[in-house]
Design a protein around this ligand. Structure first.
Ligand code: C2O
Length: 346
């Protein structure tokens, strides 16, 4: 088998982009042991499912819970693997080369981006984030909301994320892109100065192209990455945009690498990262419903690849891609909302 299961007990200093704002260690403060249990706690078929809702459609009570959960994560002792900063390091570690490929390819650094690992890695990553948060606020049904940037009402930074008194606020964001400024899903580093309705229509066309026209698993999910392959074989449509584009659009244009959202090492320090990835994860769910015959990879090297995370009890667990293919297995679904781009060919 050439499935990738990195040896996370060896964690190396990461590669940072030039002029990175902080020289950061992305390895967890509590190093992973060499023997790690497999994750087993799957939702039973009759379990109540957690329902992930659009960020702009949740009520005050939900916002208060979400804010409290993030505040509690930030307040945990710095070395606790569930601490907010430790959680952001998880992303950096898997992206910026802290882990290497398994023997005999230790020379190759692991990067879960720009390959078929993109969707499943982030699905598992935010799954544990959601459980940690739910656990801290004593609500096992807590569901991470999604930043519904593919809908008209969702095409801006959600208001309560830009309230400086909120735990969801983050300073390192582009001041020009504060609400009600509308997002550019095809952002290339320069601001479009087009009227609101024009930008909305560009965005819907981008969505159509990336979702509807990307009609093979290779185009949508990204290219295979197996043990021994060089990193970054090629991203899927959604990973390039809106994934990368919304990352850089959100990050601060005055920071050297559009930190924090605009660079992988720092992106997960901004609480908006998680609703952003919740919506990307939703795209994987939606894509399969667009046509019969749309399905993810069935290659055993993909299904048996996996990752290691800390769970809500701060225990390390090993997960496999094959166990995350149906979100119901993980105990959650996405609320059905209008899909305005569905009939919007460019
Ligand atoms: Cu792993 Cu949105 O980045």
């Amino acid at each position: 088998s050439r499935a990738i299961n990195p040896n996370v007990s060896m964690c190396f200093l990461v590669d940072l982009p030039p002029n990175a704002l902080t020289s950061t260690h992305c390895c967890p403060s509590l190093p992973f042991p060499s023997k790690i249990k497999d994750f087993k706690d799957f939702a039973s078929p009759n379990a109540t499912l957690r329902i992930r809702k659009p960020v702009h459609l949740v009520d005050q009570e939900f916002i208060a819970k979400f804010e409290k959960g993030i505040a509690l994560m930030k307040a945990l002792p710095a070395h606790d693997p569930r601490n907010f900063d430790q959680q952001s390091r998880v992303h950096c570690a898997y992206c910026n080369g802290a882990y290497h490929q398994p023997h005999p390819f230790e020379g190759l650094k692991l990067d879960i981006h720009r390959s078929w690992l993109f969707f499943p890695f982030h699905r598992w990553y935010i799954f544990f984030f959601e459980r940690i948060l739910g656990n801290l606020i004593g609500d096992p049904n807590f569901a991470l909301p999604f930043w519904n940037w593919d809908s008209l009402e969702g095409m801006q930074i959600p208001l309560y994320f830009s309230n400086p008194n909120s735990s969801l606020y983050h300073k390192l964001r582009d001041p020009k892109h504060m609400p009600p400024h509308v997002v550019d899903l095809a952002f290339n580093g320069k601001d479009n100065s087009v009227p609101y309705h024009q930008q909305v229509s560009y965005n819907l066309a981008t969505m159509y192209k990336q979702m509807v026209l990307a009609n093979t698993k290779e185009l949508f999910m990204g290219m295979p990455l197996r043990v021994g392959d060089k990193p970054q074989p090629g991203p899927g449509s959604i990973e390039s945009a809106p994934h990368n584009t919304v990352h850089s659009w959100t990050g601060d244009g005055h920071a050297p690498n559009r930190e924090d959202m605009g660079s992988f090492y720092s992106a997960a320090r901004d609480p908006i990262f998680y609703p952003h990835h919740s919506n990307l994860d939703r795209m994987w769910v939606l894509w399969k419903t667009l046509d019969e015959g749309r399905k993810e990879y069935s290659d055993p090297d993909w299904l048996n690849s996996g990752f290691v995370f800390y769970d809500e009890n701060a225990n390390p667990v090993r997960v496999k891609i094959k166990d995350c293919i149906e979100t119901k297995n993980l105990g959650y679904v996405y609320e059905d909302v209008d899909i305005p781009w569905l009939h919007y060919p460019p």
